[in-house]
Design a binder for this molecule. Structure first.
Ligand code: ZN
Ligand code: ZN
Length: 289
């Protein structure tokens, strides 16, 4: 199912990817009685009608963390749950920078699409960026956050959807409030921004590399409890469980100060200079040298 801005497809049993292609992924997971929408995206277009078109159950929102690209549609839902540790959500300046980034992605996609069609064959409806909706001036400076105050989630808390439970794993590192949800029935790990297949963002002042290493090690230790990793950004929204081990090993090398880790300059989606630590399977953005 597709709207002008979202692309929705089943990704596992009663799990749907709700993609804002090339920007951010939200995930819908349904049990017998209720469903959880893991994050609500950028908020540049209404997400609730898209969710309701694939799932008739009552939907609670769980935010993997409260960065602006994960909470944009919170106000469309009656109940929101999140980890209570305060974090910075993203002010109008950051949103304006991101809007510039969105346009940059769209402009670059014209040439990339042609290369992809001829040689690479990687783009899909999940990842091929779509034209921006109108009216984004208000999105840049939306005023105070709308929507219900989040109910606090704690590490180890279990959410019962009927015939299916989700366990909350508090995984600080990317932000103090980052959490993952583990689907106890089918082993889908909703990883938020703690794990991504593009650069993993550890460069912001509120990022904590030691905590990131501990959190990613914890995810790697879940072992066979994880069947599929569902993530928030970039062209590959799902990964095999082995990827958790690759990411944990990368963070372990970073906190140990491994001098053999390759670094190169890069630029994040706010347009800021960063240093990208490059590993075989993943990369991590760190503060610029
Ligand atoms: Zn984030
Ligand atoms: Zn994000």
């Amino acid at each position: 199912m597709s709207s002008a801005w979202f692309h929705v497809r089943p990704a596992a049993r009663d799990v749907w990817l709700v993609a804002e292609p090339s920007h951010v992924n939200s995930w819908l997971v349904a049990g017998r009685d209720r469903a959880v929408l893991v994050d609500t995206g950028l908020g540049v277009a209404p997400i609730r009608p898209v969710v309701e078109s694939v799932c008739p159950l009552p939907v609670d929102v769980v935010n993997t963390h409260r960065h602006f690209d994960h909470v944009g549609g919170n106000g469309e839902f009656p109940r929101v749950l999140a980890h209570p540790v305060p974090t910075t959500c993203g002010n109008a300046t950051e949103r304006a920078s991101y809007l510039g980034w969105m346009q940059e992605v769209l402009d670059a996609a014209v040439a990339y699409r042609e290369l992809d069609r001829r040689y690479l064959h990687l783009l899909s409806a999940d990842s091929d960026p779509r034209p921006l909706p109108d009216g984004l001036e208000r999105w840049v400076d939306p005023g105070p956050p709308s929507g219900p105050d989040p109910e606090p989630l704690a590490d180890g808390q279990v959410l019962d959807l009927g015939d299916r439970t989700l366990t909350v794993l508090h995984t600080p590192g990317h932000s103090p409030d980052s959490l993952c949800l583990l689907d106890d029935r089918d082993g889908v790990l909703f990883a938020g921004d703690t794990v991504n297949t593009g650069p993993i963002y550890a460069q912001a002042p509120e990022c904590d590399l030691e905590a990131f290493a501990a959190s990613t090690a914890r995810l790697a230790e879940l072992g066979p409890d994880v069947a599929l990793v569902a993530m928030s950004h970039f062209g590959r929204g799902v990964a095999e469980p082995r990827y958790l081990v690759d990411v944990a090993e990368a963070f372990d090398r970073l906190v140990r100060g491994d001098p053999t880790v390759a670094r190169r300059p890069a630029r994040d989606c706010a347009g800021d200079e960063v240093s990208e630590a490059v590993f075989d399977a993943c990369s991590v953005y760190l503060p610029a040298d």
